[in-house]
Design a protein around this ligand. Sequence first.
Ligand code: SAM
Length: 216
Amino acid sequence: MEEKLNFENMRVLMVKNQIEARGIKERSIIKSFLKVPRHLFIPEEYQQDAYEDQPVPIGFGQTISQPYIVALMTEILDVKKGLKVLEVGTGSGYQSAILSEMGCNIYSIERIPEIAERAGNILKKLNYNVSIHVGDGTSGLKEFSPYQRIIVAAGAPSIPENLIEQLEENGKIVIPVGDYFFQELNRGTKKKGKIITESFGGCQFVPLKGKQGWKE
Ligand code: SAM
């Protein structure tokens, strides 16, 4: 019980000091961050760091993104209830839970089966209805397309063509684009089949590996 109270306190402080203090005010985002138990998406040995201002390892050389980065990506994705969203790079499943909590319908694809399975289990346990798939997300998930939003949680050399194709007209894609170690957080809006890009500053993500990403 005391453990649970501690995590709740940490979550409130995380939202206040890392998210609101950096300018994210949208009520539905704040509510969602206050509600989703971030520590449960992290292997037990790292749970004490769950609410720190940093990414945390989740095994297999992968990480759960820093809380502020998840909040910023959620903000610039510009979602509302009922939107169909493709997430590339399920990772821990935390970003899926945040977007589900905001009423989005999430299709998420992850290349590492063990990671996808763990994310699926915790999302199910918490009653989030997310459709999880294993595979190379640079090819998208054509069978459920088109998507109104696409969010990519790994650094890409460029925006994969398949993702542009599977995005609805006027849809938005949020994706870090750059070299293997450093990227710019970009938002692309699809207009007449072409992507118009805005930049939201520098970031550092694990590489997007696959056919239209970095070589395995
Ligand atoms: N948003 C996630 C969260 O909330 O935990 C963090 C995702 S983590 C930074 C990036 C994930 O992208 C890793 O789990 C990695 O295995 C996955 N990934 C990398 N390349 C991929 C690809 N081509 N298709 C699907 N997943 C990929």
